[in-house]
Ligand binder design. Structure first.
Ligand SMILES: Cc1ncc(COP(=O)(O)O)c(C=O)c1O
Length: 401
């Protein structure tokens, strides 16, 4: 995608915001039925200002509702930068020598590319990890092994009374677009429920149709969360977040107050409403599926040609390309080389994110209105950047992490 290209829909939502301001701020009506929650029991929405705040509130609700305290999350997960969510997050880049919240537990990440177990059929993606396995049909040994690890948390670390909640992204975003083995998330959520806890789906990155096939990431795991948190895509860049749950769980907040000044303000809600309408009217979920799959398959082709690309993964327009030190290894491409690669992409007009615990994953999460032409451009630049690194042309770059 060329930097010069401005992604603004013809039905520009700022127009709607302007109208709302002119009218003196009429409370906007965000019609959640458009969000296609299935099944229907989610009828309570709390509007907040960010993803971190949404997760804070979800955890507060879970603790009050269950009367349990312990929160479980996955290593390599990212859930925000407030004090509590920083502790639920399990990546050392986002941890500092500050007070660490007690009662947060991180379990082994079911990463089928780099983790202890994984195979060539694990992912719900058009592109699989290059890892041999002999699993047949719906069986997945990697999933079973990771679930065993998950169960052990209850044996060794948690009080007998159980947990308040397990929170997870449907695909890890900041962690480098990591996907879990099929069936893992549902089984893990069921285990937590058996131990008195709730499952919180963090849809801050995966929600609103980005993954193409589904409106919500959790749908690809065949599970129904107890609480869903959302932000980012909900307002197309406008500060807005939300926590959605059932009346029974929300009732917990009759015993505690959650107050913020700006949550649910009419201007943000107008932006949210307009965003939902545009996603629907312009079929952006469908576009994410079509363009995303097209891009993923082309990137897979690059992986087979270029030893610097160790893995390609994702779904829809939530894509990860893991750069490695060489063929046959999953060791991260050293940082100076990654920075050189990244800079080259930017100079060519391709902006991609960076993620993963070693900072060696290209996070491709473009606006949901990108075209196949944009995807071709993206592949062309990544190919050229890979070739430059492989040829070791002036490969010393002095840059930070
Ligand atoms: C999955 C996930 N959860 C929560 C957050 C925190 O959202 P915010 O930055 O709006 O506080 C992020 C932000 O990147 C995220 O990716």
């Amino acid at each position: 995608m060329k930097l010069s290209k401005v992604y603004r829909s013809p039905n520009n939502n700022f127009q709607q915001v302007k109208e709302t301001i002119k009218k003196g701020g009429v409370t906007a009506d965000i019609r959640l039925p458009k969000c296609n929650f299935t099944p229907q029991p989610y009828s309570v929405v709390y509007f907040v200002n960010s993803g971190s705040e949404a997760n804070e509130l979800a955890i507060l609700m879970a603790r009050i509702f269950t009367k349990n305290y312990e929160i479980i999350s996955l290593r390599n997960g990212y859930h925000g930068m407030s004090n509590l969510t920083m502790n639920v997050t399990a990546q050392s880049h986002y941890k500092y020598p500050t007070l660490q919240a007690i009662g947060t537990h991180h379990v082994v990440n079911p990463d089928v590319y780099k983790g202890l177990w994984g195979g060539s059929k694990c992912r719900d993606s058009p592109v699989q990890a290059l890892r041999v396995c002999s699993c047949k049909g719906s069986e997945c040994e990697a999933k079973d092994n990771y679930i065993k690890q998950f169960k052990e948390l209850f044996d060794y670390s948690l009080p007998k009374k159980g947990a308040a909640a397990f929170i997870a992204e449907s695909i890890q975003g900041v962690g480098g677009t990591v996907q879990y083995p099929k069936g893992y998330l549902k089984e893990a959520a069921d285990i937590v429920r058996k131990h008195g806890g709730l499952f919180i789906a963090d849809e801050v990155q995966t929600g609103f149709g980005r993954t193409g096939e589904h409106f919500w990431g959790f749908e690809m795991h065949g599970l129904v969360p107890d609480i869903v948190t959302m932000a980012k895509g909900i307002g197309n860049g406008f500060p807005l977040g939300a926590v959605v749950t059932t009346p029974t769980i929300a009732n917990a907040l009759t015993q505690a107050a959650h107050f913020n000044t700006f949550g649910g303000n009419p201007v943000s809600c107008a932006a949210g409403l307009a965003t939902l309408e545009i996603i629907e009217d312009e079929k952006l979920q469908e576009n994410s599926g079509n363009v995303g799959t097209y891009l993923l398959l082309q990137l897979e082709q690059l992986r087979s040609e270029l030893p610097i690309i160790g893995d390609v993964r994702g779904k829809g327009l939530m894509i990860g390309v893991e750069l490695v030190a060489g063929s046959g290894t999953n060791d991260a491409l050293p940082v100076p080389k990654f920075m050189k690669f990244w800079d080259y992409c930017r100079e060519q007009g391709l902006i991609v994110g960076r993620g993963g615990i070693h900072g060696n994953v290209l996070r491709i999460k473009p606006p949901m209105c990108v075209t196949k032409e944009d995807a071709d451009f993206c592949v062309k630049v990544i190919k050229k950047a890979s070739e430059k690194i492989l040829l070791k042309e002036d490969s010393v770059y002095v840059g930070g992490v």
